[in-house]
Design a protein around this ligand. Structure first.
Ligand code: APR
Ligand code: ZN
Ligand code: ZN
Length: 361
């Protein structure tokens, strides 16, 4: 099968012919139909996230089950599914208290003594996030996928696997935006637009979108922003001024220490800052302790929507089918696997909400 492979950081992905192993008892093989280009994969390309190479990137994919391992009874060939990196063990404390998105025993890859799921000749190739969605097929652990309702278009369903799950989930679950509140979202990419959309679904009265790139403002309004502010150090004073002392909730959806600090400074008393963007390995942001104490501020992290994706993804698909969740507007372009490097250039240039690879195999 064809796959886009990362062999060296800061170099284009190469399109290669690779082999996929047969499913082990607890694995599922999926024919990929749609696969979104998320910024998290780009952190591996840029080197901000250390990734074992060679690797097939991609973690936002939808497709059709082709084959299942002998222990898998919950999926069968022909099922339409969305994959997600939040595989889980089912018996740790986090799994058993409803937080399998943070399971620390997640079975992303095979045991070390087993052959690699993806190979090229004798060479083992790793899967980003236990998935490897930039390929015609994926072979993944049975806990990394969920079925979606009939009638859900698979190119758009792909985006439920990360951008929508992460963004909408951060606003609804971890951020817990309340009706009538004021929300500020820094970073209006594929994920940030979904934090905006989640805040809209939660009934926020005012949603302020902040981005360096003013071309993102129309999109932000489409997803529910009521105000747009140009990013940069002055954005803090501007947001504080226009909200009469700060927002109730802030979200940082880029992954930069400077904007994480700005998001905290944009809060009013008792405000809640939720960290969504993935900052480079080893980076940190500073939190003024006395201000957090005196203003009773909260800082929270949110990973993959902070809820079991097995329920959340089909629910979001149903919301889309009912006309309540916007997905069509999120797909700026449909591309071929061969055009993946251009797709990432478009993301870095800020030209797109999301690019989606559509396979016609
Ligand atoms: N201030 C304001 N906006 C900024 C700044 C800044 N300093 N730097 C970048 N941005 C904006 C970009 O203009 C872009 O609109 O942040 C947005 C980032 O969007 P994408 O590149 O599409 O990234 P996305 O896929 O949404 O992911 C965002 O969430 O899951 C994580 O790893 C992911 O850290 C990444 C973040
Ligand atoms: Zn677990
Ligand atoms: Zn992602």
């Amino acid at each position: 099968m064809k796959a886009a492979v990362l062999r060296e950081i800061q170099q284009p992905l190469t399109i290669e012919d690779v082999e996929l192993d047969a499913p082990r008892p607890d694995e599922v093989r999926i024919r990929v139909v749609g696969s979104g280009l998320c910024h998290s994969d780009y952190h591996s390309i840029s080197g901000d996230l250390l990734t074992p190479m060679p690797a097939v990137l991609g973690h936002e994919a939808a497709g059709v089950v082709e084959a299942v391992g002998s222990d898998v009874s919950e999926f069968k060939p022909g099922d339409e599914v969305v994959s997600c990196t939040s595989m889980y063990c089912g018996h740790c404390r986090d799994c058993q208290t409803g937080h399998n998105n943070v399971c620390g025993n997640n079975p992303k890859s095979r045991a070390e003594d087993l052959p690699s799921r993806i190979t090229r000749g004798k060479e083992a190739i790793s899967q980003f996030a236990g998935l490897g969605g930039f390929a015609e097929e994926m072979l993944i652990h049975r806990t990394g996928l969920t079925k979606i309702p009939e009638g859900m278009p698979l190119d758009r369903a792909a985006l439920l696997g990360c951008a929508v799950l992460t963004g909408v989930g951060a606003a609804l679950n971890r951020g817990a935006v309340s009706p009538g509140s004021t929300v500020v979202v820094i970073g209006c990419g594929g994920v940030g637009l979904n934090v905006i959309q989640g805040a809209r679904l939660a009934g926020a009265a005012r949603i302020i979108a902040v981005d360096l790139n003013e071309r993102k403002f129309d999109l932000a309004r489409t997803f529910g922003a009521t105000d747009c502010v140009k990013g940069g150090p002055d954005a803090v004073a501007e947001v504080r001024e226009m909200t009469g002392g700060g927002a109730d909730y802030s979200f940082e959806v880029i992954g930069l220490p400077s904007t994480q600090e700005q998001a905290l400074m944009m809060l009013r008393r008792r405000g809640v800052f939720t960290v969504v963007g993935m900052a480079p390995s080893g980076s940190s942001f500073s939190v003024p302790g006395v201000m957090v104490m005196a203003m009773e501020l909260e800082v929270r992290g949110s990973l993959m929507g902070s809820a079991p994706f097995q329920q959340a993804i089909p629910n979001y698909a149903q919301l889309y089918l009912n006309g309540k969740l916007k997905l069509d507007e999120l797909v700026s372009q449909r591309i071929k696997l061969e055009d993946i490097n251009d797709g990432y250039d478009n993301m870095i240039a800020g030209d797109v909400a999301r690019s989606v690879i559509v396979f016609d195999n």
